[in-house]
Design a protein around this ligand. Structure first.
Ligand code: GCB
Length: 694
């Protein structure tokens, strides 16, 4: 193993060692648990276990739901300003240096974090948030593997330092992949995994030398190994006739560019010393009454006084309590509904938690407001029910991907994509193939766009990636994902992986453990993974609540033969349903279309061929959705960048929009269809004149 691989996951190695203990526990847990029970929604469980007349018991059940397994000892609330919390965004230009030393380890050997980065060697400007890959003209930076270093000096308001009762938290929205963070040369935290946030309290460190600006250094390493998520391998090319000395490549087993860097906002925020650390809500309703079961966790003091108030959209209090946990009852509840399923989609209450505490020195007051949507989710053998009504997913798969920014969070792009999804009549998407920014999920909550929330378990193809260390990390990632996204009403299902090698022997225990664990973390949402395996040999499918299947008939199989689609797609559905009697989502289908390329009769890579594939799939969907098919998600919303290879022409072209978000012919086919489906299955908002007033 080379030095940079050895060096970079030093932290990962340590972590894995400490996780070994837990994996034993989890494996035991899995074997102790009898067959994973099929997912039951709140209503169904209530009906099964608690007769309707026992309303008190119903509330107790809601309490029990909240006693889910919580393995992480701190919360990860989205940072919001309030009367007690200030926020300082550190988006903008950072100082940047890639460690191009042969072992990629010079930065650690020479302790680049100890002084200003500019003093260690040449540096460049780097925007945050953004992937660094496409920012310069340097191909070695675009394809760089190893540690890169970011630095930013920050001046904070004096009272943040002088007031010892204030916590100052440094939060990184996401950085891909391994990160180590120093403040004024002292290490404050490290994190393994892109796509999810991490934090460190740095107030005490800043107070050590209040006169100087605070220097934040973040080293980020994009190397993927068999135990990272997604997995990858580093391959050394040792043949001196073919490759230069020390040559190596990063192999990946997924189909998107391995963009790297600080992808989401970095910020500082304050809380009082005694503060609201986490909030969990679980919602239900009966007739016109909504129930919000909540649990507030407080840190910094053994006791605190709480006031919890639920406000409607107009700011009127609809329920309140003084307890740290309880059930808020909402009379004449306004439920959270998906876009195009109700005339008033995405209704959100605001749960304001007001904390007061005191110690011998001071009094503390903290305020945090959490948006809350009241809705239920349930799965039957043939349906996906939201608020007890059948929901049909007519949506898209996306990527966080765009020109120049790569995977960096970009508000204009986010808003454009939501406008396009609404124009299309899409009511849902899957966060293929990793958790998207919290800002995007907040948009989904507000607009009523339903989300299948996927973790970065993509490309689990090598048998070694089913080992204990990989599983332990995968469980940790699910802990972090559920902790971050548990309160979003838009999130209706967890996806623990995309297209793993689920026919391999170890996949059975791996997925049983992973899914059991995820259900223990969150008993209120169904869990799935996305499969492209054979229905008869898939070892993970027995544990999912919804079968999500990808297929590319007439593309990867029988390329050019459009005529095979009806027979093969029909067989796909019948086989899966016949074996499992679970509802099915077509979680991917599509074809590449190079925009502007035409042929009639259709040929592969033309817009006509993409149209023909879509139409053939749609014919079968229309037959099967009357039975057990509960959704269709096109691959892909937009063209996106991939690694270079002989099947990719500057990226994957299966988008119905180009990477610049201009429609191909397929977008209009989908738009016609989705609005027709919405007309049939939902209730259009009164302001929508089908299909084009958006
Ligand atoms: C798939 C993968 C997706 C790829 C897509 C394709 O099955 O899940 O990541 O991009 O196929 O276009 O090959």
């Amino acid at each position: 193993m080379s030095n940079y691989v050895r060096q970079l996951p030093k932290t990962t190695r340590e972590a894995v060692r400490s996780r070994d203990h837990r994996i034993t526990h989890v494996t035991e847990l899995a074997t102790r648990t009898a067959e994973c029970r099929p997912y039951l929604g709140v209503e169904e469980r209530l009906r099964l276990f608690i007769p309707e007349k026992h309303r008190m018991l119903r509330l107790l059940w809601l309490f029990a739901v909240l006693d889910a397994v919580l393995l992480l000892d701190t919360g990860m609330l989205f940072p919001r300003e309030s009367s007690s919390r200030e926020l300082k965004e550190l988006s903008g230009l950072w100082v940047f240096r890639a460690d191009k030393s042969p072992n990629r380890n010079q930065g650690f050997e020479r302790a680049w974090y100890k002084s200003r980065l500019a003093e260690t060697g040449p540096v460049i400007d780097m925007p945050v948030p953004a992937s660094y890959n496409d920012i310069t003209q340097d191909s070695t930076l675009r394809d760089f593997i190893g540690w890169v270093w970011y630095e930013r000096e920050v001046v904070v308001p004096a009272r943040w330092i002088t007031d010892e009762g204030t916590r100052v938290v440094l939060r990184v929205g996401s950085a891909h992949y391994n990160s180590v963070v120093w403040v004024n040369g002292e290490k404050v935290t490290e994190h393994a995994g892109g796509h999810l946030p991490f934090e460190a309290e740095i107030g005490s460190l800043m107070r050590k030398d209040p006169t100087r600006p605070c220097r934040i250094t973040i080293a980020v390493n994009n190397t993927l190994t068999l135990e990272t998520l997604p997995p990858g391998t580093i391959q050394h090319m040792n043949d001196p006739i073919k490759y230069p000395d020390g040559y190596f490549v990063q192999n990946i087993y997924f189909d998107f560019f391995n963009y790297a860097g600080i992808h989401r906002p970095v910020l500082l925020y304050t809380t009082p010393k005694v503060y609201v650390d986490d909030i969990t809500v679980v919602t239900d309703f009966l007739d016109n009454t909504g129930f919000v079961r909540y649990q507030v966790s407080v840190k910094g003091a053994a006791t605190a006084t709480l006031k919890v108030t639920l406000m409607d959209k107009d700011g009127h209090c609809v329920a309140s309590s003084n307890e740290a946990s309880g059930v808020l009852k909402v009379v004449d509840v306004k439920l959270w509904w998906p876009y195009l399923m109700h005339e008033n989609p995405g209704y959100l209450y605001s749960m304001e938690v007001h904390l007061m505490a005191a110690d011998e020195r001071s009094t503390y007051e903290d305020v945090y407001a959490l948006p809350v949507g009241i809705r239920t989710v349930k799965v039957t053998n043939t349906q996906f029910l939201i608020n007890n009504k059948p929901f049909y997913f007519h949506g898209v798969n996306k990527h966080e991907d765009s020109d120049i920014r790569g995977k960096g969070l970009d508000w204009p792009l986010i808003v454009k994509d939501f406008n396009l999804m609404k124009w299309l009549g899409a009511n849902s998407f899957r966060t293929s193939h990793y958790p998207y920014a919290e800002e995007i999920l907040q948009m989904c909550d507000r607009h009523g766009i339903v989300v299948i929330d996927e973790c970065p378990g993509v490309g689990i193809k090598d048998i070694r990636s089913f080992g204990n260390a990989s599983l332990a990390h995968h469980l940790d990632v699910m802990d972090e994902l559920v902790r971050r996204d548990k309160n979003h009403p838009s999130v209706v299902m967890w996806s623990v992986a995309n297209e793993p090698a689920a026919e391999m022997q170890p996949a059975a225990l791996y997925f049983k453990t992973l899914i059991t664990h995820t259900k223990a973390l969150d008993p209120t949402r169904p869990v799935t993974f996305i499969t492209d395996s054979n229905y008869a040999r898939d070892k993970g499918a027995p544990y999912v609540d919804v079968i999500c299947v990808n297929s590319y008939f007439s593309w990867y199989h029988d390329p050019g033969h459009l005529e095979v689609i009806p027979i093969q797609l029909n067989a796909q559905f019948e086989n899966w349903y016949g074996k499992y009697q679970k509802p099915i989502i077509q979680s991917e289908y599509g074809a590449d279309a190079v925009p502007g390329l035409h042929s009639d009769p259709p040929m592969m890579f033309t817009e006509e061929y993409q149209n023909a594939v879509l139409r053939s799939y749609h014919d079968i969907f229309d037959q099967k959705r009357k039975q057990y098919v509960i959704g269709e998600l096109i691959w892909n919303f937009a063209d996106f960048m991939t690694a270079q290879g002989i099947t990719r022409v500057v990226g994957n072209k299966k988008g119905i929009f180009t990477r610049q978000r201009q429609p191909k012919a397929g977008a209009f086919i989908l738009k016609e269809r989705y609005w027709r489906l919405a007309n049939e299955t939902g209730r259009l908002p009164p302001w929508t004149k089908y299909p084009c007033s958006l």
